[in-house]
Design a binder for this molecule. Structure first.
Ligand SMILES: Cc1ncc(COP(=O)(O)O)c(C=O)c1O
Length: 484
């Protein structure tokens, strides 16, 4: 369903087409879009920092007064999502349970609980996470952190032999993924110089990768490759890869494939099960608003999570993995018998009992996401990001695009991107532009020397903010050019 789904989620509700009509460049137009937005009430679920919050030297708050302070424009959900109001309630309930029930909080349910007893919180979290990534509950575990989970998954899915030992990844993969792959290769006594196949952009001015290029690299290395590990959405360019097509192609060559969904989970309408992905991992602190370094998530396709099938070259009946007691069969977990039998599915990849504090934070956010569908969220995102692109590239009407002091490096095809637009500024403009954005209470993120990443998150950002951002950004660019 993947490539088809890719197209369908746009066809079933095409992104709004923004005309060059002068009215489309007015603030009233943006406000009218907000008024018609079916998801507009979700913004009230999130704490958007005020401009004063960002500059104050202390953390002191007087919520009554400060609620009236103008909000910043927070377009940085691709880095750290904002806090849901409900997070505090969940965490206070957790602290209260721990304080008043102690160890009995592990097993005894309470009438006013928001989450089940501590031993069952991971199951509650995976149930809410599954629809976000297009998986069944048994395929998802809320556990660990992203890089740790990538290692755990590679421990299971990267099983190199003398003939097949390479891992294919992007040359510009997020450094943590690069290091994880490199160290896995060394761990198996192979040489990263031979075993790491890096897919490099053909054009550094537009550093995206075509699907054809990726498939060709897979073809060229098919007989010696054990694993492909790619990002679903590239952190730097914002490019959304064709997961279904690339996965099918790797499988046709007998190669396992995993996806780093850090920038995709909670952003695009993933279909990890239907796309037949072998495994995936993501963090929850970006588009999923669970707080810095919060507990992460992983996906293992049902076909790899079985625990009752004879394994090649092993006396075990489940896929090899690094094990810990929390991945063990729930019915015998507390028997302490030293006979590891995993739970079926992704939960069988857990090691430790999870941080209940962390799980409360992620559940607070997932509960909000589950009040909508990823299809609806994606639909708004397509419209919002399309509007941002329109305003940045077409406005003002009298300036031809080639005179713009920046270029878009994210694909212009909406099906090939999520919420993020990456803009490359002309050399020497970045510091001035960043300073002016900060002065105006805009939060985005930069990648030195010259790229800014702008990510309006559909659940809490508005069309009016996109409009206002474009005014501030274009003015900042103009001023930066004049100041050169
Ligand atoms: C694509 C990608 N991979 C890996 C990481 C590392 O994440 P963590 O520090 O949670 O392991 C990040 C962090 O932003 C990321 O964006």
């Amino acid at each position: 369903m993947g490539s088809r789904q890719h197209v369908r989620d746009i066809k079933s509700g095409p992104p709004l087409h923004y005309t060059d009509d002068i009215r489309a460049y007015k603030k009233e137009y943006a406000e009218a879009l907000d008024a018609q937005d079916p998801l507009r009430s979700f913004r009230d679920e999130f704490i958007i920092p005020s401009k004063k919050d960002l500059t104050r030297k202390t953390l002191a708050v007087d919520e009554g007064k400060e609620a009236l302070d103008p909000k910043c424009i927070y377009f940085c959900g691709n880095s750290l999502g904002v806090q849901p109001y409900s997070t505090r309630r969940y965490i206070e309930q957790y602290l209260r349970t721990w304080a008043t029930k102690g160890v009995t909080g592990h097993f005894v349910p309470h009438e006013d609980q928001l989450l089940p007893p501590f031993v069952d919180v991971d199951t509650a979290a995976s149930k809410l996470m599954a629809p976000i990534v297009g998986a069944s509950q048994s395929e998802v575990a809320v556990m660990g952190t992203l890089t740790v989970n990538l290692h755990l998954l590679m421990a299971s899915f990267y099983r190199p032999t003398k003939e097949k030992f390479k891992i294919i990844l992007e040359g510009k993969a997020f450094p943590s993924d690069h290091y994880a792959v490199e160290s896995q290769i060394r761990h198996h006594n192979f040489d990263p110089k031979e075993a790491m196949v890096l897919i490099e952009p053909e054009n550094l001015d537009k550093p995206t990768l075509s699907t054809e290029q990726i498939l060709k690299v897979i073809d060229d290395n098919a007989s010696s490759t054990a694993l492909v590990l790619l990002s679903a959405i590239q952190f730097y360019t914002g490019q959304y890869f064709d997961i279904e097509r690339i996965t099918a192609h790797a499988h046709s060559k007998g190669i396992m494939i995993g996806w780093d969904c850090a920038h995709a989970a909670g952003n695009v309408d993933l279909r990890l099960h239907d796309w037949n992905v072998d495994f995936a991992a993501w963090c929850n602190y970006k588009y999923l608003n669970s707080g810095p370094g919060g507990i992460a998530g992983l996906f293992v396709h049902d076909r790899h999570g079985r625990v009752d099938e004879k394994q090649p070259d092993s006396d075990e009946t489940f896929r090899p993995r690094f094990s810990g007691w929390w991945g063990g069969d729930i019915r015998t977990r507390f028997n302490m018998e030293n006979k590891f039998q995993p739970q079926p599915g992704a939960a069988g990849f857990q090691l430790s009992n999870p941080s209940v504090l962390d799980i409360n934070a992620v559940v607070a956010s997932l509960e909000i996401f589950n009040r909508a569908t990823m299809k609806e969220i994606r639909q708004k995102s397509l419209n919002l990001t399309g509007y941002l692109e329109h305003l940045l590239l077409k406005y003002p009407l009298d300036a031809p695009p080639e005179d713009k002091p920046f270029t878009l490096i994210t694909p212009s095809n909406p099906a090939e991107r999520g919420a993020q637009l990456s803009l490359r500024l002309q050399p020497g403009l970045l510091d001035h532009v960043l300073h002016q954005l900060e002065e105006n209470g805009v939060v985005i993120d930069e990648r030195k020397p010259d790229v800014v990443r702008v990510a309006p998150a559909p659940l809490y950002n508005t069309y009016a903010e996109v409009w206002e951002f474009s005014q501030i950004f274009l003015q900042a660019c103009k001023d930066a050019v004049n100041a050169r």
